[in-house]
Ligand binder design. Structure first.
Ligand code: Q9C
Ligand code: ZN
Length: 655
């Protein structure tokens, strides 16, 4: 994965020259701290490093008025008092003699990143910039923002690269009202923003930040607002927002490029946001977006004012962009009541415009008084941050990211050079012990395959290998052995996603250590909390709903430490579907995924799954086609059966 990192030291020049408590948090150290952490983590060195260029005045004209650009040009020659007076004409803005230069570098960096990704010089990337951009409007600075870097990047991608559909994901904790205004009547740019809102009592105090602001004219349905009405939103809330609001719409929109307004004031510790999401959550959010647009993801820094939290979160995003597995999410995966209310109202507001959101039985929206106000204690925050550092230390990234264990090598198999073609097998005695229990495994090729599967699994369980794919002629029993072996060797919880004609092993424990999810069951049925079956949907829309509304909520809710994906007889998945499933299931268990496929599987399938396990983007699914009524009925039925136990399935607050 080539990841571009665009930066220029001169963007640290602008700083506040007078006393102003509101603006003092936007400091040069934001960039230097993040960059230093990237260097310490060895991440900067793994990136294609690009020095930011200044945006041209013609390029600024894609978004901003000539008068506004002239005004900004003029600030270079002003003295402190004049700068201060001019700053006072805007909301939460300060100017410095270097502001014009910095802001042109920030916008230029965003354009350069888009150029790198759209010319193929990089797969994805991050622009580390200041000043930020998403509050900036055609002719106004706002909220520390001077030029709208991400809006300029989107217009540039359309004008210079001929793109037709661009998704902007604004995960900064503030509403990017500037970006919303610029694209509100434009159906070619889908703008998603979540933000601290508190029923309009948080900056920028706008009515149009609410969920019912959905765009105007041709652009109706292409603005998606998810207002948070309480502080303290955490990992479960953010993941639920992506799974149940953003991603269904995003897949249906089918973007050619994803731009992230990557503000980290939505992370734990930030004084502005007062939210609780931990840094690794941003790796998961990034991974979820990487399955869109063939992985063409450009992140551009916006806010983020707690230097430690900001730096860790930036590292997490870069790691995800580089294809490293994301560390497992900590904390209970239970969305808060208030978050579910927000998710419900955003879905309701968007449902007329997106078929992918019309999958819930109509329910009256409950009006509830909202819980106690959340108080983020500083001590609690630093405890969480330091325990996080410990965790990172205890779970180092395995030396091998992906291994492939094949019974027979096929010349047509295409894999990246770093993928390990595993030669070795588990010790004879270990393999024999299992073969004595299952006579189907005593036969030659099955026995050899088992030895290789066990070796690969041991590598994953020991932390030597992150993920792998293996072929076997005896898939059902091999799976049974893999589950038992996993559970008796360090794995606390194993998620098993079985596609095709595979029965749940009869002697599988029902103690909650295994979650069995069968796709291609005869009917939709939850036989227990840990035994779920759903038919394989027949359309792209149905397949996506199945993954986003069922598989991932269960997987993230279960918090497994090992995921087994099994493509059994008559699994019926097309290669892009199998790839998408494998790519998304890297998330829940910190990248610890073992995929088992039948020995006769085409090398194309093995190749594409191997590549996504390694961190490459899955191929696009093809045109979106609506889920069938039966597929939707199956999902609604299962949600009804399971949402009391698996809270990540909820798409609305319980009434
Ligand atoms: N206590 C960005 O994050 N001040 N801008 C709000 C509320 C303005 C934030 C005051 C915050 C601007 C890019
Ligand atoms: Zn912000």
């Amino acid at each position: 994965m080539r990841t571009a990192l665009v930066y220029h030291e001169e963007m640290t020049a602008a700083r506040l020259l007078w006393e102003d408590p509101e603006c003092e948090i936007e400091r040069p150290e934001r960039l230097t701290a993040a960059l230093e952490r990237l260097q310490q983590g060895g991440l900067e060195q793994r990136c294609l490093q690009l020095a930011a260029r200044e945006v041209s005045e013609a390029e600024l004209g894609l978004v901003h008025s000539p008068e506004y650009v002239s005004l900004l040009r003029g600030t270079q020659a002003l003295g402190t008092e004049e700068l201060r007076a001019l700053s006072g004409q805007y909301d939460a803005v300060y100017f410095h003699p270097s502001t014009f230069h910095c802001a042109r570098l920030a916008a230029g960096a965003a354009l350069q990143l888009v150029d790198a990704v759209l010319t193929g010089a990089a797969h994805n990337g991050l622009a580390l910039v200041r000043p930020p951009g998403h509050h900036s409007q055609r002719a106004a600075a706002s909220g520390f923002c001077v030029f709208n870097n991400v809006a300029l990047a989107a217009k540039h991608a359309q004008q210079r690269h001929g793109l037709h559909r661009i998704l902007i994901v604004d995960w900064d904790v503030h509403h990017g009202q500037g970006t919303q205004y610029i694209f509100e009547d434009d159906p070619s740019v889908l703008y998603f923003s979540w933000h601290r809102y508190e029923h309009g009592r948080f900056w920028p105090y706008l009515r149009e930040s609410d969920a019912d602001a959905i765009g105007r004219g041709q652009g109706r349905g292409f603005t998606v607002n998810l207002p948070w009405n309480q502080v303290g939103m955490g990992n479960a809330d953010y993941m639920a927002a992506f799974l149940h609001v953003l991603l269904p719409v995003a897949f249906e929109f089918d973007p050619e490029l994803v731009l992230i307004s990557a503000g980290f004031d939505s992370a734990i510790g930030d004084p502005e946001g007062q939210m609780q999401a931990t840094p690794e959550c941003f790796a998961h959010l990034t991974q979820l977006l990487q399955v869109l647009a063939g992985g063409r993801v450009c992140a551009v820094l916006e806010g983020g004012y707690h230097l430690e939290s900001l730096s860790q979160s930036v590292c997490m995003v870069v790691k995800a962009l580089l294809g490293d597995p994301a560390p497992p999410l900590s904390g209970p995966m239970v969305p808060q009541h208030s978050a579910l209310e927000s998710i419900q109202s955003a879905r309701a507001a968007q449902a007329p415009h997106w078929t992918s959101l019309r999958q819930q039985e109509e329910r009256p929206s409950p009006v509830s008084p909202g819980g106690p106000k959340f108080e983020a204690a500083e001590a609690q925050t630093s405890a969480v941050l330091s325990s996080l550092l410990d965790q990172l230390h205890l779970h180092p990234t395995p030396p091998v990211r992906t291994a492939v264990a094949l019974t027979a090598l096929d010349a047509a198999l295409v894999l990246p050079p770093e993928v390990l073609l595993q030669e070795g097998s588990a010790p004879q005695e270990e393999t024999q012990a299992w073969a004595r229990l299952y006579k189907a495994l005593a036969q030659d090729t099955a026995f050899i395959a088992l030895g290789k599967v066990l070796h690969l699994l041991n590598g994953i369980l020991d932390g030597q290998v992150s993920s792998g794919i293996a072929t076997t002629p005896a898939i059902a029993v091999t799976l049974e052995v893999a589950i038992s072996h996993g559970l008796s060797h360090r794995a606390q919880r194993v998620l098993c996603v079985a596609v095709g004609q595979l029965d749940r092993p009869p002697d599988l424990t029902s103690d909650g250590r295994t979650l069995w999810l069968s796709i291609r069951g005869k009917e939709a049925a939850a036989l227990s909390t840990f035994h779920v079956s759903v038919p394989l949907p027949g359309t792209t829309g149905g397949f996506l709903s199945c993954i986003l509304a069922l598989v991932l909520p269960l997987a993230y809710g279960f918090q497994p430490d090992l995921v087994l994906v099994v493509l059994g007889p008559a699994h019926g998945l097309q290669d892009p579907q199998a790839a998408l499933l494998a790519a998304l299931l890297r998330g829940p268990a910190g990248g610890r995924v073992l995929v088992l496929v039948e020995q006769e599987s085409p090398s194309q399938l093995v190749g594409v799954v191997g590549r996504v396990l390694h961190g490459e983007a899955p191929p696009i699914l093809g045109p979106f086609s609506m889920a069938s009524p039966e597929d939707l009925q199956a999902l609604i039925h299962l949600r009804g059966q399971l949402e009391a136990q698996w809270k990540m399935l909820q798409v609305a607050a319980p009434s």
